[in-house]
Design a binder for this molecule. Structure first.
Ligand SMILES: [Zn+2]
Length: 473
């Protein structure tokens, strides 16, 4: 069952007083004891003074003891497969790719809707207000439409990128006819200013060149931004580099293209990304688990625009941005022998840089007058954030997603006192187990569950020597 009625809260005029604001705006910087006003979904002012007059009817939020931060931006997330969490495990044959291949065909429209709502509800609790919905299981026009409906119903800003169906044969084109009709079905006045569209492509390593050329060409003809995975290669010889120089030679890279992961990029690959203005989305936790080291320092040094992503809820990860950022900081320190990235630079990756990745640099990503009101409030009085110090360092090194008490998206309060304000968002969470069980039961009845292993487990890096001590009691 879909929700019977829309339950998005109204946009509120807000006055936030006495808050310590980490604005991420290059000119405003951090503003202590700030007053932030929000009118009609827009940040109207950020000042160090008390407001002269409060807009009539505005809701006043006492920000003492709170940190304000622009809410986070996730640039690559497969919302459709969120219900696979729990079905994926360490047991043989239950890896992410095998489970995704087994259960992908058994999702019905309600599964897609509620999987997206579930992920977006979890996003809001983690302070994420913009999500790039990377849909690589579009089996029909309705599959795409129900995802857009879910994103609009959740009130979360973002992009929907239209892809092929999951596990489509390499020589099967995605539905380019429907891609042409898709944007017309969703005119701008139905998108509430919150969504735009892109295309999720498999690219030249997973499709024959004629399919790749027609998909890439159609996306560019329609003016839609392109996103493509460059990750775990199915052939060993491809794994020596991402082969991005070949994409550059074929004019497939550019500022309209986002490459996801690029963990195996060689130095010439990185140069090709930088030279063409191509953007990279890193999902550090899933990369470290299944692919290799994210090349954060190399990409930044070369001037490649880098943003942050969750990838999927079905792998062993969670959209906890603070934990992800401190993981990146620690891994970069271990990998490069020095602390090459600062907490503030990492926060920029999760906010402003994400906005730029999605073409939203003028819309969101910082707390600044004129931008849409996408922000979060952190309770800075929790044990993990005291005694207080530099707020960026504290958030990245000690912050927890559960410290986030309020999330505002486009002027709508979607999280208040740590609780989701939409009944339908709470229902997406409470119903997740039953929906996953029903999905597995349908696959089992059809003989498709338990899954057959799709990919053998690959040692992606030589195992480090370990000593396991047996403790005798
Ligand atoms: Zn992905």
């Amino acid at each position: 069952m879909f929700p019977e009625s829309e339950d998005l809260p109204e946009r509120k005029d807000l006055i936030l007083t006495g808050v310590n604001a980490v604005t991420m705006d290059p000119e405003l910087g951090d503003v202590e004891h700030a007053t932030v006003t929000v009118t009609d979904g827009v940040i109207a002012s950020v000042t160090a003074d008390s407001p002269a007059t409060a807009p009539p009817g505005a809701t006043v939020i006492d920000g003492s003891g709170l940190l304000a931060l622009p809410s986070f931006i996730d640039t690559h997330w497969h919302l459709w497969n969120s219900l696979l969490r729990g079905a994926v495990s360490d047991a043989p044959g239950r890896d992410y790719f095998s489970v995704k291949r087994a259960l992908g065909p058994y999702h019905d429209l309600e599964d897609f809707y509620w999987a997206a709502r579930f992920a977006l509800a979890e996003a809001v609790t983690a302070g994420i207000s913009t999500v790039h919905n990377w849909d690589h299981n579009v089996r029909s026009p309705e599959d795409a439409d129900v995802n857009v409906r879910a994103q609009l119903d959740a009130g979360v800003r973002g992009r929907f990128s239209y892809g092929p169906r999951d596990s489509a044969p390499a020589d099967e084109s995605m539905d380019l006819d429907d891609l042409r009709h898709f944007a017309a079905r969703w005119p701008a006045d139905e998108l509430d200013g919150l969504l735009d569209f892109g295309v999720a492509l498999r690219g030249p390593y997973r499709t024959p060149s004629e399919i790749c050329r027609s998909e890439w060409g159609t996306a560019r003809e329609l003016g839609l931004p392109i996103t493509m995975h460059c990750d775990r290669c199915l052939r060993e010889e491809d794994c020596r580099s991402c082969g991005l120089t070949r994409l550059a030679e074929e004019d497939l890279l550019g500022s309209d293209v986002q490459i996801v992961h690029a963990v195996h990029a060689s130095a010439p690959d990185v140069e090709a990304l930088a030279a063409t203005g191509t953007r990279v989305s890193l999902s550090p936790i899933t990369e470290l688990r299944t692919m290799g080291f994210p090349l954060f320092s190399e990409l930044l040094k070369a001037g490649v625009p880098v943003s942050l992503s969750t990838d999927t809820l079905a792998m062993p990860t969670a959209p906890d941005v603070f934990t992800t950022l401190r993981t990146v900081e620690a891994v970069e320190a271990a990998r490069t022998g020095a602390s090459t990235v600062t907490p503030r630079r990492l926060l920029q990756m999760a906010t402003l840089d994400g906005a730029h990745d999605l073409g939203l640099g003028d819309v969101t990503g910082s707390i600044a007058p004129g931008k849409r009101a996408d922000l979060l409030l952190v309770d800075a009085r929790t044990s993990n954030l005291l005694p207080s110090g530099d707020p960026a360092e504290a958030l990245v090194r000690q912050g927890r997603a559960t410290d986030i008490v309020t999330v505002v998206v486009d002027g709508r309060v979607l999280l208040e006192g740590g609780r989701l304000t939409q009944p339908s968002a709470r229902a997406a969470i409470s119903g997740a187990d039953d929906r996953r069980d029903a999905l597995v039961a349908r696959a089992r009845a059809d003989g498709a569950w338990p899954p057959k292993a799709f990919l053998p487990p690959l040692p992606l890096r030589p195992a480090a020597p370990t000593t396991i001590r047996t403790v005798h009691r």
